[in-house]
Design a protein around this ligand. Sequence first.
Ligand code: 13P
Length: 244
Amino acid sequence: VVANWKMYPQTLRAAKELVSATKRALTKVAGVKVVVVPPSTFLREVSKGVKNAKVSYGAQHAHFERVGAFTGEVSMQQMRDVGAAYVLVGHSERRAMGESNEETNKQVVAALGAGLKPILCVGEWDRDEDGEYLEGFARQVREGLANVPKNKLKNIIIAYEPVWAIGGEKAPEPHVVHEMVLYIHKILMEPFGKAALTIPVLYGGSVNEESARVMIDEGAVQGLLVGHVSIDAKRFAALLKSLK
Ligand code: 13P
């Protein structure tokens, strides 16, 4: 379960409390791992200390260049240095700011090079009855993973996040997600063959303590990418508990 905190909370103190609450909740839940993805300023502090096999950390974004004159940016290696093991790539909120498939692809390649596991986020903005959205969706998937050598696939995670489902309380029916998981694997069979089937797919978009379990059981996903519920300690604990 990946907890994408987005631009919350406001203080390091609140961030630390949230991580502690997540760790406490996990002591009662077997078989679930959490990746906390906080704003980058909190990463070093929240990730230090006693290693916890159930909790690891990720960055919300990093630049694809290793070093250079890129004011305001942070590199993959720098994120790794402050404790990240994962990095979100191509979240729709970043694509909305102009991030292209070409850039997400460079980030995926850079992340792998820096020893981070990229979580490539893909998802259509909306749907049309003729299914034309599938074309743009397929490009996000295909182009996002271009130039990735087959032997690196084990370090790749894909998150299906339909933009129309983000930020509310109603996730789509699990069969809708299941269909997209099959489609993602089908798209990736072309470049990668059967190895594509081993790439884990997560679901994100309005997942809450009610829908988490059924999404895992019936949506054919191997995990969840949780936004606003992950910054509410009580609700997130209930969500984790529902998965045990
Ligand atoms: P919500 O869970 O708030 O819908 O956010 C989903 C998301 O964008 C996670 O990356």
